[in-house]
Write a new protein. Structure first.
Ligand code: FPP
Length: 152
């Protein structure tokens, strides 16, 4: 039965994908450092995830950190890595309770080994959940060299 407190939607999409963009502009407009925008954008994700679970969206893909983003100033890259770690530390248990399955899109290799461990642990803990599949694209890119052998 549908929840009467939610607006009636004819059709709920199966898959919603979000590119995290505009964090920097949001912060600059408010006279804040760019990292404050990344933190605010991340806080917003909590509401987005809760809503997708409530509406019955099956897949949510978050494009968070592309391979191009390594070219940002080192303090910003470092700050983004800390945000990722912090989100896993603070939110993993709650996401697990809500039935969210975490998956990672991209390469783990270049990330700090401590972060790699946290991501792998989150994937392992939530692997049997099926209420929402949450794909986190972190260190993803279209220009990555393929690991398939070349035919030439
Ligand atoms: C783009 O905004 C945003 C990013 C490059 C980083 C977003 C990633 C995080 C906040 C890390 C959190 C990750 C998870 C999985 C929660 P921008 O700086 O390009 O904004 P602008 O276009 O306004 O400059």
């Amino acid at each position: 039965m549908s929840d009467p407190s939610l607006p009636a939607l004819e059709k709920v999409p199966q898959h919603v994908a979000i590119i995290m963009d505009g964090n920097g502009r949001w912060a600059i407009q408010r006279g804040l450092p760019r990292l404050a925008g990344h933190k605010a954008g991340t806080e917003n994700l909590r509401r987005v995830i809760r809503s997708t679970v409530e509406f019955g969206v099956k897949y949510l893909t978050i494009y968070a950190f592309s391979t191009e983003n390594w070219g940002r100033p080192p303090e910003e890259v470092q700050g983004l890595m800390l945000i990722l770690q912090d989100v896993i530390d603070r939110e993993l248990n709650e996401l697990h309770k809500e039935g969210v399955q975490l998956r990672h899109i991209g390469r783990l290799e270049r990330l700090d080994p401590k972060i790699q461990q946290k991501v792998l642990k989150a994937i392992e803990l939530t692997r049997n959940n099926d209420r929402l599949i949450l794909n986190v694209a972190f260190n993803y890119g279209g220009g990555m060299r393929s690991s398939w052998p070349s035919r030439r």
